[in-house]
Write a protein that binds this ligand. Structure first.
Ligand code: IPD
Length: 277
């Protein structure tokens, strides 16, 4: 099995590096932008092209393998079931809005899940030449160099990432702003990158202590989750329980202490929201 994982990893690494050239070549071009269902969810012809290329090449090599891809799912309107079969989870361009605006934080995210366990995670930002990778129990790397999460254990000394866009959904408006307000009061500050996969890697490399996001999908999280865990961090559900990869409500943190403090902070913030209503 280890030999298989090594082979899958080598194949995936080569394909993602090649796919990165599509993002590099297109970043400054005019793009054909479409809206996927909700008005702020953008897609370009490049998202589709990268997903198709990765899928075609991987299924030529491994015909038995399954796929869960952002754009294929968006077109089919239904998320394929995650089985025990080897399954590649693909986000061809995570941070499509950034890509459209030439904001250089955008990446390809690819994970391999076998028996519902993430075995390989790759997140590549070709514009900043950041290649994050992990294999289960083999550590996490940035451009081949080992990375570790931050050692900070006190939330008040932390830098946290969050994404305010979700407040466009009226159900989320008050809870998200209440949580952000709690973070502004209780940490060094908030940052927002606009790409979940890459932000998870920023936790993994120790650039931020934690990241909180909801309303995202398996392809935004799968690769980054393994990369954080292999770098010494943790990725759990906002409630404090185990993360559901298919409906991810994410608290990603450099360690359990910071994760637990965030769970408690958000519980109090949510209670405040309920009491106000
Ligand atoms: C988006 C980004 C963003 C996250 C959104 C995702 P996409 O991915 O990861 O950070 O907050 O939920 O949809 O659509 O640009 O691949």
């Amino acid at each position: 099995v280890t030999d298989d994982i090594e082979e899958y990893y080598k194949a995936a690494e080569g394909l993602v590096l090649t796919a990165g050239k599509i993002i590099e070549g297109a970043i400054n071009l005019n793009k054909n932008i479409k809206i996927k269902g909700i008005e702020w969810d953008l897609v370009t012809e490049y998202d589709r092209r990268i997903e198709d290329d990765l899928k075609r090449q991987l299924s030529n090599m491994y015909p038995q393998h399954k796929f869960i891809g952002e754009e294929t799912t968006a077109e089919g309107n239904c998320l394929p079931k995650l089985t025990d079969e080897p399954t590649w989870i693909i986000d061809p361009i995570d941070g499509t809005t950034n890509f459209v605006h030439q904001f250089p934080h955008t990446c390809i995210s690819l994970a391999l899940v076998i028996n519902k366990r993430i075995e390989i995670g790759i997140v590549y930002n070709p514009l900043m030449k950041q290649f994050f990778s992990a294999k289960r129990q083999k550590g996490a790397f940035l451009n081949g160099h080992p990375i570790k999460t931050s050692k900070v254990t006190d939330l008040s000394q932390s830098l946290i990432a969050m994404e305010p866009w979700i407040a466009k959904d009226s159900d989320y408006l008050v809870p998200i702003y209440t949580r952000m307000h709690a973070l502004i009061q209780g940490t060094h500050g908030i940052r927002s990158l606009g790409t979940a996969a890459l932000t998870l890697c920023y936790v993994a490399m120790g650039a931020i202590e934690a990241y909180h996001v909801e309303g995202i999908e398996a392809w935004d999280v799968a690769a980054g989750k393994l990369i954080i865990e292999e770098a010494g961090g943790t990725v759990i559900d906002t409630s404090g329980g185990e993360l559901d990869l298919i409906v991810p409500r994410v608290i990603a943190a450099c360690n359990h202490q910071i994760a637990d403090q965030l769970v408690d902070l958000f519980k109090s913030a949510d209670l405040e929201t309920v009491n106000k209503n």
